[in-house]
Design a protein around this ligand. Structure first.
Ligand code: HGY
Ligand code: MN
Ligand code: MN
Length: 411
């Protein structure tokens, strides 16, 4: 099988130029103009590859290569093309454009799938707009109720209904949930986003488990005022409470007892944001993860207790909301063996591993047997513009994906 890596690289480069930021920075927030143009490009490539397109009510895109036996559950692959602010060009994209190339390469060999092969381009894997990641796959898996999804609002108060209409989606949100037995398997190709494969000089990671993510949103209301005329005693500065909370997140993660606990205060907005004004309001979004759900939850409870203490001491009003609290996903052992076996047959060094990042696979694992194919990336960098995987690394990932899809689609 021949992977046309130079064509695929050109497509990756072209998609990277569709961004809200100045290239090489990639920013494509859900249903922004750049996201819409990115989606249009991907749909065009799918059509050119002879795939039949369908879009659901939240904008998940399905591109299908019909199998000989259309009644059999299809084998699915896919990832996302939305990108957080200040991102690179490979996160998600390798799994979408790489899957299109895998399908093109399989077609060229004359392969006829018994089961249909379906590429899914998931809506809003990234949490940027609504604070919650994997919006599309959560709804597909029935993990997020459509009523809760409909209530999601972005920082400007615009809700999902507004944005999905803007994005051209039609139909009811509760129609997104997949019927049982929709898929025989789901396999996602993705960059590792960590340093393990590169350090070990290993070409492919086969994912056995995906760490458990959670997100806490904390809104703080203090008392603002003139920075010169408001003396220090008695101030109720929302930023300072937030700063203590951010430190408590670090403390809680580093003393959880598990080396796998990671805590990040990635959003910290203040109002009014004027140099000569005491911050009266702050909004924090805290990302807390672990491979072990027990230590993750204990660390989260300690953060919540600290928020209460800090706000009481500083006389700050607060609200706290757990935006998501997900269990880890265990990948399907037989699928992991299938991918590992393909790597061995292709003489490609591979390693079974954990995904510390989350992916739509976290929720597809609730729908059907799931695993992921990881490829190395430069120094493990991700969620930054210098994210990089070489064409040779991508080629191997696409080849393993194509062989995996062919193997499952033939059963
Ligand atoms: O945050 C994550 O783990 C993923 O990259 N969205
Ligand atoms: Mn990401
Ligand atoms: Mn991703």
């Amino acid at each position: 099988m021949k992977i046309d890596q130079s064509r695929l690289q050109k497509e990756i480069d072209a998609l990277a130029l569709i961004t809200e930021a100045k290239p090489p920075v990639v920013t494509r927030v859900l249903f922004s103009e750049a996201d819409m143009r990115g989606r249009a490009l991907v749909k065009k490539l799918c059509r050119a590859a002879g795939l039949v397109l369908r879009e659901d009510a939240v904008g998940n895109i399905f591109a299908r290569w019909d199998g000989v036996d259309k009644k059999l559950p299809a084998v699915a692959t896919g990832s996302h093309i939305d990108a957080i602010p200040n991102a690179g060009k490979y996160d998600g994209v390798v799994g979408v454009l790489g899957a299109i190339e895998a399908i093109r390469a399989l077609r060229k060999t004359g392969f006829q799938p018994k089961r249909s092969i379906e590429l899914i381009i998931f809506t809003s894997e990234e949490p940027t707009r609504f604070g919650i990641g994997c919006l599309g796959s959560r709804l597909l898996g029935g993990v997020l109720l459509s009523k809760r999804a409909a209530a999601l609002k972005d920082r400007d108060g615009k809700n999902l209904e507004f944005w999905r209409t803007q994005g051209g989606c039609a139909g009811r949100l509760d129609s997104v949930k997949l019927p049982k037995n929709s898929y025989a398997a789901f396999v996602e190709l993705h960059i590792e986003q960590g340093p393990v494969l590169e350090k070990g000089k290993i070409s492919i990671g086969v994912v056995e488990k995906i760490a458990a993510p959670s997100t806490l949103r904390v809104q703080l209301v203090g008392v603002g005022g003139h920075a010169g005329a408001t003396l220090m005693p008695g101030r109720r500065d929302a930023l300072l409470a937030g700063a203590e909370i951010a430190l408590a997140v670090e403390w809680s993660a580093t003393t959880s007892g598990s080396p796998d606990t990671v805590g990040t205060t990635g959003v910290f907005r203040i109002e009014p944001g004027a140099v000569n004004s005491v911050p009266c309001r702050a909004q924090l979004e805290i990302d807390l993860r672990d491979t072990n759900v027990k230590t993750r939850d204990a660390a989260l409870r300690r953060i919540e207790a600290e928020v209460k203490k800090i706000c009481a001491r500083r006389k700050i009003e607060f609200t706290m909301e757990r935006l998501n609290l997900d269990p880890p996903a265990i990948c399907d052992a037989a699928l992991v063996q299938t991918v590992s076996g393909i790597c061995r047959a292709q003489k490609i060094p591979c390693k079974k591993m954990i995904s510390r990042a989350y992916h739509d696979s976290l929720f597809m694992a609730q729908v059907c047997p799931t695993t992921m194919i990881f490829i190395p990336c430069f120094k493990g960098y991700s969620h930054r513009p210098d994210e990089f995987s070489s064409p040779a690394q991508i080629e191997k990932g696409v080849r393993v994906l194509a062989e995996t899809l062919a193997s499952i689609a033939s059963r």
